[in-house]
Design a protein around this ligand. Structure first.
Ligand SMILES: *Cc1c(COP(=O)(O)O)cnc(C)c1O
Length: 223
């Protein structure tokens, strides 16, 4: 493990240019974020609304903030003025609130639909049927201040590469099916957010366009 500067340089050099690196800075202090920023990193990911708003307030304004965690509807308003991408949208109710708050701020907010691809039990993430039901809802067309630009998923936390690979492949097939059924005409629907510190290489091999890397850039987190 090197310094944050060394780590981020390593990833920026190593990861193909068509794959975006989201530096997951959750629980990390502003000095750490600035160290990565000073090496040219601009996309940072947070998963707590309060941390994100506090950091965004004081850190450089050209940081592109991604919200990567589960977002509660009553908290959307705090990040709606500035957040660039929501990675974990998994209900129509949330989309509707994001649309409402985006409209209030006179902007459009990009979103990814989170899918449940792991074998682990998780409360979060859609299956294909639920995603289709959201996208074919007549009220979906009325949401002019949000844009769905792709999908996101987390593989099972395991050493078994085969399992991880199969789960990422599943997410890619969901992406392709949605593209075909709902987003054929929408060029911006092109993102597949998958891959973290432990599995980003497999994710890239399987077609990731966006990796979310935390601990191997910033070091282990103390909660
Ligand atoms: C914390 C987190 C990451 C980064 O995990 P690392 O293993 O530290 O790279 C990526 N995605 C999500 C959704 C996270 O919550």
């Amino acid at each position: 493990m090197g310094t944050i500067s060394e780590n981020i340089r390593h990833y920026l050099d190593l990861i193909p240019k068509n794959v975006k690196v989201v530096a997951v800075s959750k629980t990390k202090p502003n000095v750490d974020i600035l160290e990565a920023y000073n090496q040219g990193q601009r996309i940072f990911g947070e998963n707590k609304v309060q941390d994100l708003t506090q950091k965004a307030e004081v850190l450089p304004k050209d940081i592109v903030w991604h919200f990567i965690g589960h977002l509660q509807t009553n908290k959307v308003k705090y990040i709606a003025p500035f957040v660039s991408l929501l990675h974990a949208v998994d209900s129509f109710k949330l989309l509707k609130e994001v649309n409402k708050q985006a409209k209030k701020n006179d902007r459009k907010i990009s979103c990814l639909l989170q899918f449940h691809i792991a074998t682990e039990d998780s409360k979060f993430g859609l299956n294909m049927e639920e995603a289709v039901s959201i996208l074919s809802d007549v009220r979906f067309e009325e949401l002019k201040n949000i844009e769905i630009i792709g999908v996101m998923g987390m593989a099972t936390y395991t050493d078994d590469e085969k399992t991880i690979r199969a789960e990422f492949a599943k997410l890619v097939s969901f992406f392709n099916d949605l593209k075909k059924a709902f987003f054929q005409e929408q060029k911006s629907f092109k993102e597949i957010s998958m891959g973290m510190s432990g599995d980003y290489q497999i994710a890239i091999e399987e077609g990731s366009t966006m990796v979310r890397i935390g601990s191997s850039i910033f070091g282990a987190r103390n909660y």
